[in-house]
Write a protein of this length. Structure first.
Length: 449
């Protein structure tokens, strides 16, 4: 099986790319939005002492706060207007999707097509505003209590500071949410994933540089550094292989449709139902990280007594501890099954096959087909969730047991590789569409169409 990069380079042509005006517009638009996003990660909140916040973030670099700072591209460490990043929107999406599975009203809206989807998206935006305001106020209250040897984090505390901070963080989140939607509609890739991806990639050079500096200073042995690099390469190859793994379910089409597809370029294209091993992509690790990070992020800004009951609970659920790892794995497995169940409906797929006169060889159309597809999805999702757990937990165990500055954890590595693969796939699709459009125009000009 060829990798997405090999397929892309094989089909890539500079002449074809130069003619793909729509693709170039999408690429430039995505780049422009990401530049605006990166500028926003450097606009600080008012009345904030950046030195104190930076010291606090560095002291908790190995905790969940450090992971959130990595996802935000350093916006939390600088305490900027984009400090909340797109996490409130992701949390709101989780809540709305859970309610959709339980509420008959939202379930009926989902079945209304595009109109219902827009209404559900609107509810998600409203929930994003509420969560962002709640988190913004909690962060403002926590910042007022935060102080280090350099002094307090807030220069002028009070109600005005809390209100301005809450509004600024909420506005920053809504602006990022809007930019993500614009990338999805007018750019390349999924907007939310691209924004998180850009934040991780922005911090990657500094993390690698710190690792090599520690190796040069002797804090890390050359053997450990070389092993770490080999481990990263092996994990990347494994992720690419698993993300491209597909269970092809053969589909028998009516005779007329089969003859039409036989005349398509490449022969019997579309004669199977592709079921990905990991249908949920990077959603389960992101959702799991978001759910676990919210309470710990709030507690992280409170200088609590380590001997108090609240301090002991925070230590038990801190990053790298057994309880945190168990909860993290359980959340990944839950969201893998939950998101797959939401995005893929075996009953609907079976009904569509039956209406088109198609069927799976050896399986009766209707309910038997739905049960067969559901069983396949159950097995694939089980393997996919185990794969996600392995990828996300091995780096966590390394960071917990070995003193290595491995800031690019499993979740981050999975997001970087997965988003890269999806973006390359979309670029390839646009290039192929451009080639087919060119063939259509030439055929029409010659009177063949």
């Amino acid at each position: 099986m060829a990798s997405p990069i090999e397929e892309f380079t094989k089909n890539f042509s500079l002449s074809a790319f130069s003619k793909a005006k729509d693709l170039k517009k999408r690429l430039w638009f995505t780049l422009l939005v990401l530049i605006i996003y990166r500028i926003g990660t450097y606009i600080p909140l008012p009345n904030i002492n950046p030195i104190v916040v930076s010291e606090f973030t560095k002291r908790h670099a190995s905790s969940l706060l450090g992971i959130l700072d990595l996802f935000s591209g350093g916006a939390i460490g600088r305490m900027t207007v984009f400090a909340l990043n797109i996490m409130p929107y992701i949390s709101a999406s989780i809540i709305v999707q859970l309610l959709t599975a339980m509420s008959p009203y939202l379930t009926a809206l989902k079945k209304e097509g595009e109109v219902g989807r827009q209404r559900i998206n609107q509810y998600t935006r409203y929930a994003t505003v509420g969560l962002a305001m709640l988190q913004g106020f909690a962060i403002a209250a926590g910042l007022e209590r935060l102080s280090t040897q350099s002094g307090p984090a807030v220069l002028d505390p009070g109600f005005a500071f809390r209100f301005v901070t809450m509004i600024s963080l909420t506005g920053g989140t809504l602006f990022i949410m809007w930019m993500g939607e614009q990338i999805s509609n007018r750019g390349i890739g999924n907007g939310s994933s691209i924004i998180i991806y850009s934040g991780i990639v922005a911090n990657l050079p500094a993390a690698l540089m710190n690792t090599f500096v520690l190796g040069k200073q002797g804090a890390i042995s050359v053997g450990a550094l070389f092993t770490l690099l080999l481990f990263i390469v092996a994990v990347i190859c494994f992720i690419v292989f698993m993300e491209k793994a597909v269970r092809k379910v053969p589909i028998q089409y009516p005779k007329r449709a089969a003859m039409a597809m036989a005349n398509m370029p490449g022969g019997q294209q579309g004669s199977h139902l592709p079921l990905k091993l990991n249908n949920a992509n990077v959603i389960p690790p992101i959702f799991a990280s978001t759910i676990l990070s919210l309470p710990m992020m709030m507690a992280g800004f409170i200088e609590m007594d380590q001997e108090s009951w609240l301090g002991k609970i925070a230590q038990i659920f801190s990053h790298g501890q057994p309880v945190y790892i168990v909860c993290y794995l359980a959340a990944i497995i839950f969201f893998a099954f939950f998101y797959t169940a939401i995005m893929f409906n075996p009953k609907e797929t079976a009904d569509n096959l039956k209406k088109g006169g198609s069927y799976i060889p050896g399986i009766r159309p209707g309910d038997s087909t739905a049960d067969y597809i559901d069983t396949l999805l159950l097995r694939l999702t089980t393997i996919g969730s185990i794969y996600l757990c392995v990828i996300c937990i091995i780096p966590e165990l390394i960071m917990a047991r070995v003193s290595l500055p491995f800031y690019l954890g499993g979740t981050s590595l999975l997001i970087v590789v997965n988003v890269s693969v999806e973006t390359i796939t979309q670029l390839q699709s646009h290039m192929l569409a451009q080639q087919y459009e060119g063939l259509f125009k030439r055929g029409k000009a010659k009177g063949l169409i």
